[in-house]
Design a protein around this ligand. Structure first.
Ligand SMILES: NC(=O)c1ccc[n+]([C@@H]2O[C@H](COP(=O)([O-])OP(=O)(O)OC[C@H]3O[C@@H](n4cnc5c(N)ncnc54)[C@H](O)[C@@H]3O)[C@@H](O)[C@H]2O)c1
Length: 418
């Protein structure tokens, strides 16, 4: 049996932690087409804040290296693709990064190599889209005969320091028993043995995409509840506190649904449904409800403010405690309010490149300056500093819009939350 030499392709939120953890057990080469990212990783800098800098540096002295050169990974025999699978402007799956990976890998594939995909896709994509592309770009190799495919969806939750890679049960699947055994061996090392072998690749693909679609639909229901509650002047969060005392009530919160998973993956499922001539009514209705929350919250804020209010906007990433701006609905909300002629000054400690968002340093702001504050993304640091650093910047009559209801039990005057 040949020694396993692994290349992880795509070193973002998913790929980098994976490459690092694998390097404690195997020889690993991380590959990315983004040369800035490679330069930073070589210096131990991870702007996604997902891995420990000291580990990143020390493992590079052992089993881990980073490259943007295809020739550096050609000796590897296991390739794990963790590249983005976003949607296009028409909200349809965009497979361009996956196809690009296949174009990169095809020419260097050798007999017996294994290609594992971790990117979220719809059922069938690995075998119907990736396999033909790998074959086409290879030296006449056939998938399932010369090289083999595996699929293992990623469940990592950025910013979540509880459900870390070693505590998550990882779904694995392979084209044949050999790949299944390989994946069992590789991933068991990371998850302390917690792997679930799915019946086949399509089952594993489907399992991932429905996990996120299910979350989206459940959140959509609670968002609809939040709108009803708002009309009768009660907080959805107070209602949830009561409902959650029932043993089988599901714990979902209302709010803005952005990011690259829950706000995106249901469209992959919808695309597959359409291909099968099934109308994805429930899936798309959930998406639609959640997408419209920006307008709903924006309208509620505007109802309470005079035109041209000065607003302090706190938190602009797609969710709390991460530096990720992809598909951030807080950015959409800021845009909505700007279009209504409000003056927005925002602050987010996770965002370092602030110029393009017209940032003004909070330290230079005068006391009693703002007509309102919007706590859009409740990063822990923002909550900790709320009373000392942000409340003094508000005028006495200012409004507090606390989208996630974090301060709703504190009796603040002029207060609104979902
Ligand atoms: N981030 C999450 O929380 C999460 C969770 C579960 C699943 N996923 C899925 O995992 C996949 C990766 O997501 P992510 O958040 O890590 O993305 P990301 O944008 O953080 O990282 C992707 C990386 O891939 C690189 N890349 C793009 N094309 C490439 C190519 N052809 N070859 C090599 N590198 C390439 C990019 O430069 C980038 O560094 C997606 O399918 C996503 O849906 C993500």
């Amino acid at each position: 049996m040949k020694e396993k030499k692994i290349s992880v392709l795509g070193l973002g939120y998913v790929g980098l932690p994976l490459a690092l953890e694998l390097s404690f057990h195997y020889n690993v080469i991380g590959f990315d087409i983004n040369s800035t990212r490679i330069r930073q990783l070589k210096k131990g800098i991870d702007l996604t804040l997902e891995v420990d800098a000291s580990k990143l540096i020390s493992q590079q002295k052992k089993n881990l290296s980073f490259t943007k050169n295809i020739s550096d990974i050609k000796e590897c025999n296991y390739f794990i693709a963790t590249v983005p699978t976003p949607i296009d402007k028409k909200k349809r799956p965009d497979f361009s990064s996956l196809l690009n990976v296949c174009k990169i890998l095809g020419p260097i594939l050798k007999k017996e190599d294994v290609v594992i995909f971790e990117s979220t896709v719809y059922p069938g994509a690995t075998e119907e889209i990736c396999a033909p592309s790998l074959e086409k770009n290879s030296n006449k190799l056939k998938s399932g005969k010369d090289f083999f495919l595996g699929y293992s969806p990623e469940r990592v939750n950025p910013g979540d320091k509880v459900h870390t890679i070693d505590k998550i049960n990882k779904v694995i699947s392979g084209q044949n028993v050999r790949v299944e055994n390989d994946l069992k061996e590789i991933y068991s090392k990371l998850t302390k043995g917690k792997v679930f072998l799915a019946k086949n690749i399509r089952v594993a693909e489907a399992s991932k995409v429905i996990e996120n679609a299910q979350r989206d639909i459940n959140i959509a229901f609670i968002n609809e509840v939040a709108k009803i509650c708002n009309k009768i002047n009660i907080s959805a969060y107070d209602v949830l506190d009561a409902s959650l005392t029932k043993w089988n009530f599901l714990d979902f919160e209302p709010g803005l649904v952005g990011g690259h998973c829950i706000g995106v993956d249901p469209y992959y499922l919808a695309e597959k449904a359409r291909k099968l001539k099934i109308n994805p009514e429930v899936v798309l209705s959930g998406r639609n409800t959640n997408d419209k929350m920006v307008d709903f919250i924006g309208r509620e804020i505007c109802k309470k403010l005079k035109k041209k209010s000065k607003i302090l906007f706190l938190g602009i990433t797609f969710k709390e405690n991460v530096p990720d701006l992809r598909n951030s609905k807080s950015l959409s909300l800021m845009k909505y309010l700007k279009e209504k002629n409000h003056k927005i000054i925002f602050y987010d400690p996770y965002i370092s490149d602030l110029k393009k968002y017209e940032f003004k340093d909070i330290k230079k702001m005068k006391k009693n300056f703002f007509d309102a504050v919007i706590l859009s993304v409740p990063h822990k640091v923002l909550l900790d500093r709320f009373y000392n650093d942000f409340i003094p910047l508000l005028k006495e009559s200012a409004f507090v819009f606390d989208i996630k209801g974090k301060f709703r039990k504190e009796g603040l005057p002029n207060y609104w939350s979902l």
